[in-house]
Design a protein around this ligand. Structure first.
Ligand SMILES: Nc1ncnc2c1ncn2[C@@H]1O[C@H](COP(=O)(O)OP(=O)(O)OP(=O)(O)O)[C@@H](O)[C@H]1O
Length: 274
């Protein structure tokens, strides 16, 4: 790889009590690369994503993002790093009673001092940028509507616009389409791809839908019980080779600290998505 990596994980291991959530993960992700994480529920996808912006700390090994050693970053240096990393979530995490435009603007809060209430509390240049982003995600006509009146797919578009408001270099997405119907899921994935390509964003996205991952990701990383068991360009894979990562391994047998077993495996084809 001739680029310095945007993301570099070196023998990363993370345990929660007896559970090994990430087990000796080594991974380099190049700038502009779009990577999908696949694996059973509990295989470590969210834990991996949460290490990339310092929400979790490695037990051993190292995590380097945009040249910053995340494990060593604290306070201001961690805030600075986080301002370069956008994050979107399964449940969108919008402020429901606020307008769509205000929700997008909150993505710029790290650029400002103190909380802001109401549109006029934001500088005009930011309001213009937020409106442009809303247009880019196809929601300019919804700017003054309450966020909680939008459909799930529309809410995820707002969340994506909010993440882009901070002009990130990396976009992390933790099951961004798990709450959406198949058609909206495809639209959201296509949108993320298009926006990422336009900005040369590095994307790491966890998914449960194998067919979406194959259609979308430039690179597929499969996790099984915290280990990387597959790492290949999507074009070199077919559904059968990806489904192998869902075979019941250690992940399916482990019990958590309450003694409950893991949720059932749930690879999906998006046509059968919940
Ligand atoms: N804060 C925590 N405390 C205890 N155990 C945790 C914690 N976070 C994750 N785990 C455990 O670590 C393992 C990996 O969890 P993780 O959420 O990363 O999996 P995942 O692949 O993202 O699952 P899903 O697809 O259901 O989101 C699981 O066994 C989980 O129970």
């Amino acid at each position: 790889m001739h680029h310095p990596a945007a993301i570099q994980l070196d023998t990363l291991t993370k345990r929660y009590g007896a559970t090994v959530a990430l087990d000796d993960v080594t991974l380099d992700i190049a700038p502009g690369e779009q990577t999908v994480l696949l694996g059973l529920s509990g295989s470590g996808k969210s834990t991996l994503l949460r290490h990339l912006n310092g929400l979790e700390r490695a037990d051993s090994g190292s995590v380097s993002v945009l040249g910053v050693h995340v494990d060593a970053a604290r306070g201001r240096s961690l805030r600075q790093l986080r301002s370069r990393i956008g994050f979107v979530f399964q449940q969108f995490e919008l402020v429901g009673p606020r307008t769509v435009l205000e929700n997008v603007l909150t993505g710029a809060l790290s650029e400002l001092r103190g909380p802001r209430l109401g549109l006029l509390a934001y500088p005009k240049a930011l309001r213009i940028r937020a409106a442009e982003l809303l247009a880019e995600v196809g929601l300019e006509e919804r700017a003054f509507q309450r966020a909680d009146t939008l459909s799930g797919g529309q809410q995820q578009r707002v969340a994506i616009a909010r993440a882009l408001m901070q002009e990130p270099e990396i976009l992390l997405a933790d099951e961004p389409v798990a709450s959406l119907d198949p058609e909206s899921s495809q639209q959201i994935m296509a949108l993320i791809q298009e926006l990422a390509e336009r900005r040369h964003l590095t994307v790491v996205c966890s998914l449960h839908q194998v067919d979406l991952a194959l259609a979308w990701g430039s690179r597929i990383v499969g996790l099984q019980a915290g280990r990387v068991v597959l790492d290949a360009p999507a074009r070199d894979l077919d559904e059968a080779s990806v489904m192998a990562i869902y075979k019941r391994g250690a992940a399916g047998k482990r019990a958590d600290s309450t003694g409950e077993t893991q949720r059932a495996p749930q690879p999906e084809l998006s046509g059968a998505a919940a």
